[in-house]
Write a protein that binds this ligand. Structure first.
Ligand SMILES: NC(=O)c1ccc[n+]([C@@H]2O[C@H](COP(=O)([O-])OP(=O)(O)OC[C@H]3O[C@@H](n4cnc5c(N)ncnc54)[C@H](O)[C@@H]3O)[C@@H](O)[C@H]2O)c1
Ligand SMILES: [Zn+2]
Length: 275
């Protein structure tokens, strides 16, 4: 078994010298909480057997046209995910990230393509999180009421999982009564309302400008949709990359931790305690 002690110590040193923490995260961070990532079509179909049976790919169900053509199917998929994310407890690595954020002189920010709200659940404040692809816990109108994004708190989806089908009433827009959809950026999605995300991105830029020595911890960000990776790499900061399958880094001062999110974060916490 490979010994990662040196990498953990190096990661702890990078964190010790930093005055601000940027956490960049993709679906892989949630796997140790029991959530699926959607790595490849096979991975996606393993998580959603009903869609596998109908040969419907992630790119097809995650689209405005799926909501237009078969809203009960599209909400079967998103309703199942909404219930899953609501009932999931973030693993202990999230607790460590919250504590680390509190210890940083300039605090922290989270940049994630996850729509699952797990960082908020773990204790990060809304003002510290940028959900670049939106949030499943928020809804918007499908029909073009373009000025409102509202919380999904009053919608309790009931889903026939075998058929990926919503069995209770579809959520509706409080303004026009039309169909509501998740405020998530989907594929071929010209109708996504992005002002919530743009405000968050603006807050992140303002925060970054206050930090002199940022460090990036990237966790479970894939390469197929590289938004999260590109963000972390675009700022001038050392990076600690935790990824179960694709943890390579290109700069000698970065740290690669090829392992699960929980194991990686626990290793860093231990090394920080010892330093
Ligand atoms: N929870 C969510 O909100 C969620 C879940 C799946 C997909 N999505 C959406 O789909 C797209 C998927 O992109 P993505 O890059 O986030 O996910 P992805 O599924 O493409 O990639 C997941 C990454 O996590 C790594 N990984 C797997 N298990 C891990 C573990 N236990 N610990 C650490 N790393 C692990 C994989 O090697 C991979 O690099 C995004 O646009 C996102 O909005 C969101
Ligand atoms: Zn409307």
């Amino acid at each position: 078994m490979t010994d990662f002690t040196d990498q953990f110590i190096h990661a702890a040193e990078l964190i010790d010298q930093a005055d601000g923490l940027l956490v960049t995260a993709g679906a892989g961070i949630g796997v140790d909480s029991g959530l699926p990532d959607f790595r490849g079509t096979e991975g996606f179909w393993k998580a959603y057997p009903a869609l596998a049976q109908a040969r419907i790919r992630f790119e097809s169900i995650a689209s405005p046209s799926a909501f237009a053509e078969d809203p009960k199917l599209a909400w079967g998929f998103y309703g199942h995910r909404l219930n899953l994310y609501r009932s999931t407890l973030p693993h202990d690595g999230f607790r460590f990230l919250v504590e680390l954020a509190d210890q940083m002189p300039k605090g922290a920010f989270v940049f994630t393509s996850n729509v699952d709200g797990q960082f908020g659940k773990a204790g990060f404040r809304d003002s510290e999180v940028c959900e670049v692809h939106g949030s499943i816990h928020h809804l918007q109108c499908m029909e073009g009421c373009a000025s409102d994004i509202w919380p999904a708190t009053e919608f309790y989806p009931e889903v026939d999982e075998e058929h990926c089908h919503l069995t209770n009433a579809l959520p509706t827009c409080p303004h026009c009564g039309g169909l509501a959809r998740p405020n998530i950026l989907m594929f071929n999605d010209g109708g996504w309302l992005d002002f919530r995300q743009r405000n968050q991105q603006h807050a992140m830029s303002k925060w970054l400008a206050t930090v002199q020595r940022p460090v990036v911890i990237e966790i479970g960000a894939g390469t197929a949709i590289p938004t999260v990776r590109m963000m972390g790499q675009s700022i001038d900061a050392p990076m600690i990359r935790i990824n179960a399958r694709e943890a390579q880094v290109s700069r000698s001062y970065d740290v690669s931790l090829p392992m699960g999110a929980l194991e990686g974060l626990q290793g860093i916490e231990l090394a920080l305690g010892a330093s």
